[in-house]
Design a binder for this molecule. Structure first.
Ligand code: 5GP
Length: 129
């Protein structure tokens, strides 16, 4: 069920459990600010999730209340993972699903990093109205 991104942070969400080491993940990067791991259901040859370590539901609370160090740490982690996977030259896609209309399923801010093949159009053309 899509997340209501206006709700308080839920410490029982699956990514919180991954951060606490209660659920295993295929970690590819970790530092003070962020953790990155392979998506359990990859939708591209490379499909990595990058999450900030802080308790942020989505972009709204993160952008409004996270410290500058947290924000820069998270953004730099995304860039570093892309570099480490050789994605800069061929290109890649970042995606954040946010809230109900965004189709967010896990209520801990995360960025999907897709790559490894040409990914086509950025988004499907949706019917209007
Ligand atoms: P979103 O919230 O942006 O819609 O997507 C959540 C993503 O988390 C999905 O792509 C899903 O496959 C992934 N995911 C859900 N549970 C787990 C898990 O336990 N481990 C990993 N590695 N990925 C998960």
């Amino acid at each position: 069920m899509p997340v209501d991104a206006t709700q308080p942070y839920d410490r029982d969400n699956i990514f919180a459990k991954i951060l606490r080491g209660e659920i295993p993940s295929k970690t590819v990067f970790e530092d003070e600010w962020a953790l990155a791991f392979h998506d359990i259901a990859p939708q591209a040859p490379i499909h990595i999730l990058v999450i900030p370590k802080g308790e942020w539901v989505g972009w709204d609370d993160f952008s409004a209340r996270a410290s500058s160090d947290e924000i820069s740490g998270f953004v730099r982690a995304v860039g570093q993972v892309a570099r480490e996977f050789g994605l800069v030259e061929p290109g890649y896609r970042l995606l954040a699903n946010l809230g109900g209309h965004g189709g967010q399923e896990v209520p801990h801010l995360h960025v999907h990093l897709f790559g490894g093949k040409p990914l086509g159009r950025m988004i499907a053309v949706l019917p209007t109205g």
